[in-house]
Design a protein around this ligand. Structure first.
Ligand SMILES: [Zn+2]
Length: 293
């Protein structure tokens, strides 16, 4: 009986692999592992820093590591699903309006919220947050249903920068994707297919098609958010500072979202495409095929 079960499992696993070259599978396993472990480590360390005196370090560390891994798995699913947000692969054309990007964003932020809660040593479902158009909507289930929107300074800065660079704002696509969407300045068309920051992307229409560029830039946006829970490490140490008269109202309505990911990005080996992990990851999810590095 046991042998039959093992054989059945092997057949199922083998059928999952069908149709993909082995190399793609190993890249998939590598990127899944990275996403799960990165969030596990971020959650575990944050949870340990924000633990109470009575709690045992190794218990808190292990618990929040596992919660972080769970959040990382959800984020991975959202990144994987980003493949479908802009391009209808069956039709072979860009989609008009669809809810795919919005649904995908909610899924990603469900994972992000779990990792944030792990970093604060809270229960996985204690609060939910989502950033839409540079406003971070935070909702706490346990804290008297506390709801707090905050302005993302980094998004505001990116919006100004994209405008100054001569990119053209595209309202229709901004509504479609739940993100600020620009068309790349025609002067840059020769060397740029797309550019992304946290909540702002710019696309070069002439590059659209099978490269699935919108999904690629969308993934870059998520990569910024991947590292934001690091800021929660300072939650306890900064508690007194944030309660000061001058700081309190600013802290209530503004987020100083520090783009840690940018630092990790520029430290990568060159040429960036696709030796750079973040470019490799964005490409991997955008085309769902083996990426030559
Ligand atoms: Zn890229």
């Amino acid at each position: 009986m046991r042998i039959r079960v093992v054989v059945l499992i092997l057949i199922v696993l083998a059928s999952v692999n069908c149709g993909y070259p082995q190399k793609y599978d190993s890249q998939q396993a590598e990127i899944l592992t990275f996403n799960v472990l990165l969030n596990g480590v971020i959650g575990g360390i944050g949870g340990a820093i924000n633990k109470s005196k009575e709690e045992k370090l190794h218990v808190v560390l292990a618990k929040n590591f596992l919660i972080g891994c769970l959040g990382g798995s959800v984020k991975y699913l959202a990144k994987y699903d980003a493949y479908n947000i802009s391009y209808d692969h069956a039709l072979g054309a860009n989609q008009r309006f669809s809810w795919n990007a919005w649904m995908d964003r909610f899924l990603y932020y469900a994972g992000h919220s779990i990792v944030c809660n792990a970093s604060l040593n809270k229960k996985p479902w204690e609060s939910f947050q989502i950033n839409l158009y540079g406003i971070n909507f935070y909702y706490s289930i346990t804290d008297s249903n506390h709801f707090q929107p905050k302005l993302s300074l980094y998004t505001l800065g990116a919006l100004i920068k994209f405008g100054l660079d001569g990119n053209k704002f595209d309202l229709k696509n901004s509504l479609n994707y739940g993100i600020y969407y620009f068309d790349v300045n025609p002067k840059d068309h020769g060397f740029r297919c797309g550019i992304a920051t946290y909540n702002v992307i710019a696309l070069n229409e002439s590059c659209q098609g099978t490269t699935n560029n919108v999904s690629h830039e969308f993934i870059h946006g998520f990569q910024f958010a991947d590292y934001f829970p690091i800021s929660l490490y300072a939650y306890k140490p900064l508690k007194n500072f944030k309660s000061q008269k001058l700081i309190k109202p600013i802290d209530r309505y503004v987020i100083f979202d520090i783009p840690y990911q940018y630092l990790f990005y520029v430290l990568q080996p060159k040429p960036w495409h696709y030796k750079n992990y973040y470019e490799y990851e964005a490409r991997h999810f955008a085309i769902r095929a083996h990426v030559e590095r």
